[in-house]
Design a protein around this ligand. Structure first.
Ligand SMILES: Nc1ncnc2c1ncn2[C@@H]1O[C@H](COP(=O)(O)OP(=O)(O)O)[C@@H](O)[C@H]1O
Ligand SMILES: [Mg+2]
Length: 241
């Protein structure tokens, strides 16, 4: 029998490289994500965080290395295949289509699925009352916080097992940041595994069980929130210590 301390890994990234021509954005990066965990990826602008998430999602190709999800090698899979497998990305800047209605934006999350019951949107509107009230309005009327909720609602309609979020708290007021992190904690309790890229190091380390710090495409530091908070370099760089 396996010892209980052995965690089931939902996602395993091994020696991942992402290059854009001469620009080497992600360098031999390895990361693992236990089932039902919240893991955070921290780092300055340009460190390679978005490139990492895009490569996991299949939006940019892995130049080398491998990505395993739920025990399967998905390195060569397309985005829709990965979505159907249970991966979803809430992108940087939300990427809401402001010329469409809230409801139309929401439905886009279900697009890659083969079977979808339209009543599934009810659960999203139950969770986000502001979206329910604005369901048939153009998404351009939404505040930044509501757009982020829409982006998360849209991602939930893909029925993910792993949700990746790229700087979801960016541009939100402190109150909305708190609401967002409460929501992330709730989703995790409901069984969703989360990979969270954040610049809000303080909040990310509060909610995550493990963190990676990227510098120039490489993991410069990793550990539990306690370990990371005790690190002098991280303190100086990100925690204002
Ligand atoms: N589409 C692209 N083409 C060329 N270079 C890119 C592209 N996207 C990102 N980069 C570069 O890759 C590096 C990492 O960027 P990115 O992954 O966006 O970092 P982060 O999300 O941590 O700010 C940066 O040097 C950035 O300029
Ligand atoms: Mg980014």
């Amino acid at each position: 029998m396996k010892p209980t301390s052995v965690l089931t890994m939902l996602l395993e990234v091994t020696d991942l490289d992402v290059r854009y021509g001469r620009n080497h954005a992600v360098k031999s990066l390895s990361l693992s994500l236990p089932l039902n965990a919240i893991v955070t990826v921290l780092g300055a602008n340009g460190a390679g965080k978005s490139s990492l998430l895009k490569a996991i999602m299949g939006i940019v190709p892995a130049t080398s290395g491998s990505i395993r999800f739920d025990g399967q090698d998905i390195t060569g899979s397309t985005v829709p295949q990965r979505t159907r497998g249970g991966l979803v990305l809430v992108p940087e800047g939300r990427q809401i289509l402001t010329s469409l209605t809230v409801h139309e934006n929401l439905l886009m999350g279900a697009y890659p699925r083969k079977h979808f019951d339209h009543r599934e949107t009810d659960a999203i509107y139950d969770r986000f009352a502001n979206l329910a009230q604005r369901r048939d309005m153009q998404a351009s009327v939404l505040s930044g916080g509501e757009q982020q909720m829409l982006a998360i609602g849209r991602a939930l309609l893909a029925k993910p097992r792993l949700m990746m979020l790229d700087e979801p708290s960016l541009g939100l007021s402190p109150l909305l940041v708190n609401q967002l992190f409460t929501l992330l904690g709730d989703l995790n309790h409901e069984g969703l595994t989360l990979l969270l890229v954040e610049q809000n190091t303080h909040m990310a380390l509060k909610v995550a069980q493990y963190g990676y710090v990227l510098e120039l495409g490489k993991v410069s530091l990793e550990g539990t929130p306690d370990q990371l908070q005790d690190d002098d370099q991280l303190q100086a760089a990100y925690l204002g210590g």
